[in-house]
Ligand binder design. Structure first.
Ligand code: FO1
Length: 323
């Protein structure tokens, strides 16, 4: 059953998790569901690793390394030290505690369990009050066509530190992937009040989700406001390669480009004051605020603004005709 007044946040990793935490704290308990990108997932050292799901688990579970925004706060690296000593691949850091999730997930997936079901169980064990919903139970892989050849996401993002220039992206497996029953129940529920696209990278983190046909269609058919929080501040990304990728794809890093990217999907856009002058004449209603989420108070404030914005659009019945 979908609890009354559910808000669905759509998130990638670090940036999205910050807003998701704010939303969890300003909404009544149990009223947040988070739809999470799994296009970053990969198999490494024989382990199935789901970085964005784990970032959400750790952030909402209160155990995240706050400086990094991913991984665990109270972590040790005996496994990595030994792996390095044995000449194993050491470019992707796996902490000893973090490793447990990857080992357990790999074992349980191999035994036939669904990613959604085991994520729900992990979330419960971490004391997470919100529902974490992977975008699909079947694997989807974000692949980047770059000037260094085609790269799997983590090789581009972590091993090569986003240095290669991106020419195009594709999401292998997305066309065959199906949204889960749990996610469709939320999207079809009368209890759903709003959908909030977190300030995650539209190309790397949100597009893989929208590439799943049944999911994109269900979102577009929903009769609740869909708003996005822009990942840009003054034409730059707070963290990560959003602005760099936009430039490489020949798109100006501006609110207008974010609105155009989500055209036909969103009903409103939250942008930073620093981008206010670039926001004139946008095709959707805009709310300007300070979107930098350094502190917990910032996260709660941006979350409240997003929830109130969606409520205003709902009251005014501003639901765009979605393509
Ligand atoms: N990000 C890094 O920049 N370096 C790492 O070594 C690294 C390891 C890692 C291990 C587990 C995990 O769940 C996430 C990890 N991340 C690491 C973060 C992650 O790969 C990216 O931030 C996301 O995929 C982008 O959202």
């Amino acid at each position: 059953m979908t609890p009354a007044n559910t808000v669905l946040a759509i998130s990638g990793g670090v940036g999205g998790a910050k807003l998701a935490l704010g939303l969890e704290r300003v909404l009544p308990a149990g009223e947040l569901a988070v739809l999470v990108n799994t296009g970053d997932d990969f198999t490494h050292l024989g382990l199935r690793i789901c970085p964005d799901l784990d970032t959400l688990l750790y952030t909402l579970g209160g155990v995240v390394h706050t400086g990094q925004g991913w991984g665990r706060a109270d972590e040790s690296f005996c496994f990595m030290d030994e792996l390095r000593r044995q000449g194993g691949p050491d470019w992707f850091l796996l902490g000893d505690r973090d490793l447990v999730l990857h080992v357990e997930r790999t074992r349980r997936l191999a035994a036939g369990e669904r990613l959604t079901a085991l994520t729900a169980e992990f979330a419960q064990r971490f004391g997470v009050r919100s529902r974490l919903l992977p975008m699909s139970d079947s694997p989807v892989a974000t692949l980047l066509d770059t000037d260094a050849g085609e790269l799997e996401f983590q090789h581009y993002f972590v091993r090569l530190r986003c240095t290669p220039a991106v020419r195009a992206l594709r999401f292998a497996g997305a066309a065959q992937a199906r949204p889960t029953e749990e996610l469709l129940n939320v999207l079809h529920s009368k209890a759903l009040q709003a959908v909030i696209l977190c300030p995650s990278n539209p190309y790397l983190s949100i597009d893989p989700i929208l590439a799943i046909p049944g999911l994109s269609a269900a979102l577009r058919a929903s009769q609740v406001p869909i708003i996005a929080v822009s990942p840009l501040i003054g034409g730059r990304a707070v963290k990560g390669p959003t602005a760099k990728i936009m430039q490489e794809l020949g798109v100006q890093a501006s609110p207008a480009s974010i609105a155009a990217h989500y055209a036909g999907l969103i009903d409103g856009l939250v942008i930073d004051h620093a981008d206010a002058t670039d926001a004139r004449g946008l095709s959707v209603p805009v709310v300007c605020t300070d979107t930098l989420m350094s502190t917990l108070a910032d996260r709660e404030r941006v979350a409240s603004i997003a929830v109130e914005f969606a409520a205003t659009l709902r009251a005014r019945a501003v639901i765009r005709s979605r393509a």
